[in-house]
Design a protein around this ligand. Structure first.
Ligand code: ZN
Length: 192
């Protein structure tokens, strides 16, 4: 019992939430301590200062229904539209595919390169024969899962002066590897 009691006290001291809760509210203190690991230190941290500033948050889901099994689509204009709607000038933008057979990636908008991607990915994970994959019991899209893994789930782009802070020739693409159905991409932007 003594050991358990000491543990509670240490936990309360560790979580630091006694700073705003009366000492006797042990249960609430422990609960908050588990939700907010260290309230006092968080409150004083640069993260907290950022959160208490004029931070804005924006999100939107972009929908796609690609008529072919595979395609690369430049979605830079749509993402820029999201940024304009958010009104955020300085921050970070996350853009991720919400499906495990589609990608979001950044590269050059050059048709030869997209052809090369298609050939390269087909060599790495050919669609057929579909029975070469254990995943293809009821499905035929194992190759799409593998292609998505290689091309990535998401991108993060810095927002500077209300614009996407790209490197030279950088554009954002939606990579579809198992299309012919509706799918989503999430755009989340935080900043001020
Ligand atoms: Zn599958």
């Amino acid at each position: 019992m003594k050991g358990a009691r000491r543990l509670v006290v240490e936990r309360r001291e560790e979580c630091g939430c006694m700073g705003f809760l009366p000492v006797e509210k042990t249960a609430a203190c422990r609960f908050l301590g588990s939700v907010i690991p260290c309230f006092r230190s968080l409150h004083a941290s640069p993260i907290s200062a950022f959160l208490r500033s004029s931070m804005k948050s924006y999100q939107k889901e972009l929908w796609f229904n690609v008529p072919t099994r595979r395609a690369f689509i430049n979605i830079t204009r749509e993402v820029e539209q999201c940024l304009a709607e958010s009104g955020i000038e300085e921050g970070l933008l996350l853009c991720n595919a919400m499906h495990i057979t589609a990608s979001v990636f950044i590269n050059d908008d050059e048709s030869g390169l997209h052809h090369d991607y298609e050939q390269w990915l087909e060599r790495l994970a050919p669609h057929e024969p579909v029975n070469q994959y254990r995943h293809n019991g009821y499905e035929d899209n194992a190759d799409a899962h593998l292609k998505r893994q290689i091309m990535g789930r998401e991108v993060v782009v810095a927002v500077t002066g209300g614009k996407l802070h790209f490197g030279t020739w950088e554009q954002i693409f939606y990579g579809e590897f198992d299309g012919r159905r509706k799918k989503r991409v999430l755009v989340k932007i935080i900043g001020e």
